[in-house]
Ligand binder design. Structure first.
Ligand code: SF4
Ligand code: SF4
Length: 264
């Protein structure tokens, strides 16, 4: 099975094929480790949309389904069964600049809010890559200008206005960064309280006119959803063992429970 057919069968429709040499390496060690298995020649960059039409709550949308790193593992295992070749599959832990790769391949632009904006799914996307050991024709390069025509940040400034803390221009003030910290100052606790958010922040995405509300067609992101966080939900996740399958698990339940207490 060809990679394009495989991705479409997975309801992944935004992808592009690129020569690996065109990508910026950001993790030299990982890049070297890949070479021990094979020399990467080609890359397929793809977007995994995750938006589901739901109300705004105290939990960022990206963290409402199970962790997308688990999805990548599942996707990779399915690809192994149907693709007739060796490959690497990454999301987040890639040796290349993923945002740069997505932009180079015409899958999006970077908005004023600092996020990649895809013409179809807006900014509610995760980026993934397959790397292959062979050269291939790169037909997607030919269509890049056409692809780019539909994607843009219109510099409307709505995201800047929606961000109450100035986090767009100073990541240290970003609510999403603050509510994921292990240790916070009193001033940061006040920021969390004022935000009403227990994990993450979507304000600069919610307001963006380039987010059209197209829902993810990927079942993984539609299932097993948690709409919001409270103490009972977090404790229930921990007791059932499900906590580790969530995007917020890496910080431990203590950070979530602290935020929930601050919001009381
Ligand atoms: S809200 Fe406006 S300025 Fe901000 S990223 Fe979206 S289109 Fe660009
Ligand atoms: S995530 Fe929230 S706090 Fe951070 S830049 Fe966007 S609106 Fe501002």
């Amino acid at each position: 099975m060809k990679i394009a057919e495989f991705l479409k069968s997975e309801n992944i429709f935004e992808f592009a094929l690129l020569p690996y040499s065109s990508l910026k390496i950001t993790d030299l060690r990982r890049n070297e480790r890949m070479k021990e298995r094979f020399e990467v020649k080609s890359a397929v960059v793809f977007l995994m949309p995750y938006y589901v039409e739901e109300e705004k709550t105290n939990l960022s949308r990206y963290a409402r389904s199970r962790d997308y790193h688990l999805y990548i593992k599942e996707l990779s295992a399915r690809a192994e069964k149907v693709l007739d070749c060796d490959f690497f599959c990454f999301a987040d832990t890639s040796p290349v600049d993923e945002v740069g790769a997505a932009i180079l391949s015409g899958l999006g632009c970077v908005g004023v809010n600092g996020l990649i904006i895809n013409r179809r799914y807006g900014s509610y996307v995760f980026i993934g890559e397959f790397f292959f050991p062979f050269d291939v024709d790169h037909p997607f390069f030919e269509g890049i200008e056409k692809r780019r025509a539909g994607e843009r940040c219109i510099s409307c400034g709505a995201c800047v206005k929606a961000c109450k803390t100035g986090g767009i221009f100073n990541r240290e003030l970003c609510v999403s960064c603050i509510n994921q910290k292990k240790k916070i100052t009193d001033a940061e606790a006040e920021i969390i309280k004022a935000s009403g958010l227990a994990w993450g922040c979507d304000e600069c995405q919610e307001i963006c006119p380039m987010n059209h509300g197209e829902e993810t067609p990927i079942e993984f992101f539609r299932n097993n959803r948690i709409l919001s966080l409270d103490r009972e939900t977090v404790e229930g996740l921990v007791e059932s063992g499900e906590f580790q399958a969530r995007a917020f698990a890496w910080r431990g339940e203590g950070v979530l429970l602290r935020n929930i207490d601050i919001l009381k």
